[in-house]
Write a protein that binds this ligand. Structure first.
Ligand SMILES: Cc1ncc(COP(=O)(O)O)c(C=O)c1O
Length: 440
């Protein structure tokens, strides 16, 4: 496994500070507004050098050391707009001499902190938050693609991402080409001079296939095409796509990053130069978070590394149990040697996450539903990555309106169950699944 978690990241970067709002009143020329997210804090407010381990980044990354009124937590700036003392001050802002907040759709102080924390966790230059993971995907692709452009993506993916690409982008004249996940020859064959973006998840949802990121990024570079990895299932603790040369990393922060099944959010990380136009379009789309939502996300992130370690442990324990269960046919978990992606996962990941997909032996969809219904700890719900374990049957939850042929095409079996391990005790989750499997 790569030991890239301890990479040195200066998490004092990108920090909005109280001192920076004081400077609003000074005459000192300031960088323009879009540079604000990259401005280091004034020296008097610099967070002392701390070891930049991942847990330390979770707790302190992106935050000013001294906050308003000495508050240890970031205050919630519940403002839709931000006032100017005078027209001169407004001119300082519009003429780029002063960086500051203006209007909530373009950003707010809570967002700056969480974006900086996420950039520090990902080892990225910049991060842009959205109101959901889907809003992030839409925001990025709408920025980067124009009529006549083409996009190539690996076919195993979150069904709404696939739907957005193949159904909605098509309405704007963007051509979508799907190729079999991991088939790099097919990906290369699908590329032509109009191709602008290559997209994949790793691991994929719900088959947990891991894509060789070195190859993926290399193809992008060879053809001068931008690459996007949706690493929601991996998280920055388990996988750092940027280290492999991928241009954009996307997360549904609704999942492990928020971690408590109490918020929706999405984030794209990458180089600032590439993200600036994406941030610009977000200001038009308006797909931003409320300061209260961001405060919840900031709190969730403080314990992200701790929670994720438990998700990884539980995932491995439950997957191993399921693999040895007589009522289970097949288990999809990249930490198991039996998973086709195991070698790649071991090479490029630090842990394998909490999501497991499995099939019930000799069961039709109704018998499979009985197993789901018999679970006493896991709750029946879509989503994953929260502290509460969740269970669902993809056929019923997400693919009920699909034809049997399309379900077969996307590998959604009638007897398939997706289990998201929470942070409960693994013995309890195992005992619960054992009794649930006895229902058939
Ligand atoms: C891999 C993946 N990407 C993106 C999304 C979309 O995220 P959100 O629900 O936050 O819009 C999901 C949602 O389940 C997902 O599983």
């Amino acid at each position: 496994m790569k030991t890239n978690l301890m990479d040195s990241v200066d998490f004092t970067e990108n920090v909005p500070t109280e001192a920076s709002s004081d400077s609003i009143l000074s005459d000192t020329p300031r960088p323009n507004a879009s540079a604000f997210a990259q401005s280091p804090p004034p020296s008097g407010d610099k967070t002392p050098e701390l070891t930049s381990g991942v847990s330390t980044r979770c707790v302190h990354g992106g935050e000013a050391r001294q906050k308003s009124e000495g508050s240890i937590t970031t205050p919630i700036y519940s403002a839709s707009t931000f006032t100017f003392e005078s027209t001169d001050e407004l001119l300082d802002f519009v003429e780029g001499r002063q960086s500051r907040e203006e209007y909530g759709r373009y950003g707010n102080p809570n967002e700056r902190v969480v974006e900086a924390k996420l950039a520090a966790l990902e080892g990225a230059e910049d991060a842009i938050l959205y109101s959901s993971g889907m809003a992030a995907i839409v925001g990025l692709l709408m920025t980067k693609l124009s009529a006549g452009d083409e996009i190539v993506f690996f076919d195993q993916c979150y069904h709404r991402s696939r739907e957005f690409c193949s159904k909605h982008l098509a309405r704007f004249g963007v051509v979508t080409r799907q190729v079999r996940t991991g088939d790099f020859d097919a990906m290369e064959a699908a590329i032509n001079p109009r191709t602008k973006t290559l997209v994949s998840e790793s691991p994929t949802n719900p088959h947990l296939t891991c894509v060789d990121l070195e190859k993926f990024a290399a193809i992008g570079k060879a053809y001068e095409i931008e690459t996007l990895i949706d690493a929601t299932l991996a998280t920055p603790l388990n996988l750092k796509p940027i280290d492999f040369g991928v241009d954009y990393v996307l997360h549904s922060a609704t999942k492990y990053l928020g971690g408590h099944n109490d918020l929706l959010a999405g984030v794209i990380c990458g180089r600032k130069e590439l993200l600036d136009p994406v941030r610009g379009l977000r200001g038009c789309l308006g797909s931003v978070n409320s300061p209260h939502n961001l405060s919840l996300l900031e709190r969730g992130l403080k314990t992200f590394a701790l929670r994720m370690a438990r998700h990884n442990e539980n995932g491995m324990a439950v997957a191993t149990f399921l693999e040895n269960h007589p009522r289970v046919d097949r288990v999809y978990y990249p930490g198991l040697a039996s998973h086709p992606s195991h070698a790649i996962a071991r090479e490029q990941m630090n842990g394998f996450g909490g999501l497991i997909t499995f099939t019930v032996k000799d069961a039709d969809w109704k018998q499979t539903a009985k197993v789901v219904d018999a679970a006493r700890i896991a709750r029946i719900a879509p989503s994953l990555g929260g502290v509460e374990s969740l269970i669902e049957q993809p056929l019923v939850m997400s693919y009920f309106s699909y034809s049997p042929e399309d379900r077969a095409k996307f590998g959604i079996a009638d007897n398939m169950i997706r289990f998201s391990c929470g942070i409960e005790d693994s013995d309890d989750l195992i005992a619960d699944l054992d009794q649930a499997l006895a229902a058939v």
